[in-house]
Design a protein around this ligand. Structure first.
Ligand SMILES: [Mn+2]
Length: 348
């Protein structure tokens, strides 16, 4: 297991030198954020990013994310141009030493929450998702925006893209994903980069848009679309685990044993009775996911991929990017490392 930390580049209030001070941290997971979705990342930008990170004693072996252009998800004629660009990005990143690329195939929106600063009982703040509030949200009224969402959409642009999805149901989305994978996976194989799809968050349709990377049956189907080690998963315990139909520990065990998990996102969520959930501290009893069992499943299967603590709460007065502060993620990293060290030592 290689422990990593997400870093948003020079504008991130969490500095590389702080990340470097977390024991057993090997590298950061990042991206080139200045290039519009669908375009080729300049090689100089990739190399400069790598140099900045290496100069601080960290590695850059995982990219999160190379976003997939909406035309690819929609299956439009124009997709071929964007797929060629995507292949070029894979090749360029491989040349700079990248081993894993994380991406997702969620239409229009990335991860979705109803509040980013819910005050929990201990005074920390966390991201939450309350069903009652979600049902009141209208993404087309132009007032809604969350981090992780493509903020380049205007109100009209959003209406247009929603209209295009009128003809894209889950089966069409599967076809479009298969088309994309059959183009890019051979390229990834040739240059030794493992592609790792991130599950949909939350893992079911929202706002009438289809979502397919959602549950065990669909992950099985996904892995068979192109049955190659290079067509793998970013297994996000929080994204899959926020729905009660997913048995996260069982799924980690299964996909790790198949050698198809290349990147782990580890975080905990507390499930509430009506399908709502609150992000919690990593510690098992703070949420609904048994993090020790997740780590045991990885250990049992000799997991050698990358892992990062995923979202954290805001604690100790820290302010910054919701979910991506330093302190709680660092606590999560040490908790995970502690479990891993114990498992390593008790095996001998
Ligand atoms: Mn995640």
């Amino acid at each position: 297991m290689k422990l990593t930390f997400r870093w948003y580049g020079d504008s991130d209030p969490v500095k590389l030198q702080y990340i470097r001070q977390i024991p057993s941290m090997t590298g950061v997971v990042t991206a080139v954020y200045t290039v519009p979705v669908g375009e080729v990342w300049p090689k100089d930008d990739i190399e400069n990013l790598k140099k900045t990170i290496h100069d601080r004693g960290l590695e850059m072996e995982v990219i999160e994310s190379v976003p997939v252009h909406e035309d690819i998800k929609l299956g439009l004629q124009t997709r071929d141009k964007y797929i060629e660009n995507y292949k070029q990005n894979i090749l360029n990143l491989a040349e700079s030493g990248v081993k894993v690329i994380c991406y997702n195939f969620m239409p229009v929106f990335d991860w979705t929450r109803t509040q980013l600063d819910k005050v929990l009982a201990d005074g920390s703040t966390a991201l939450v998702y309350y069903m009652e509030d979600l049902l009141k949200m209208d993404p087309l009224n132009g007032e809604l925006s969350l981090p992780g969402w493509d903020s380049s959409y205007t109100k009209e642009g959003l209406r247009e893209v929603f209209a295009k999805y009128k003809n894209v149901d889950e089966e069409v989305l599967w076809k479009n994903l298969e088309y994309f994978l059959k183009e890019i996976i051979p390229v990834a194989e040739n240059c030794g980069v493992k592609m790792a799809i991130h599950p949909d968050d939350p893992p079911y349709n929202i706002f009438g848009l289809p979502r397919i990377i959602t549950n065990e049956q669909n992950l099985d189907r996904f892995l068979k679309l192109v049955d190659s080690e290079y067509n793998g998963l970013t297994f996000c315990t929080g994204s899959l685990g926020c729905a009660s139909f997913n048995d996260v520990v069982k799924m980690v065990d299964k996909y790790a044993s198949l050698g198809r998990i290349h990147f782990m996102h580890v975080r905990n969520v507390k499930l509430l009775s009506d399908g709502s959930f609150e992000e919690s501290a990593h510690y098992s009893s703070c949420g609904s996911i048994d993090i020790v069992k997740v780590m045991e499943a990885l250990h049992k299967n000799n997991f050698t991929g990358y892992l990062r603590p995923d979202h954290g709460r805001m604690i100790w007065g820290e302010t910054g990017r919701p979910g991506y502060g330093l302190y709680d993620r660092a606590l999560g990293a040490m908790y995970i490392s502690g479990i891993w060290e114990t498992l390593n030592k008790s095996k001998k």
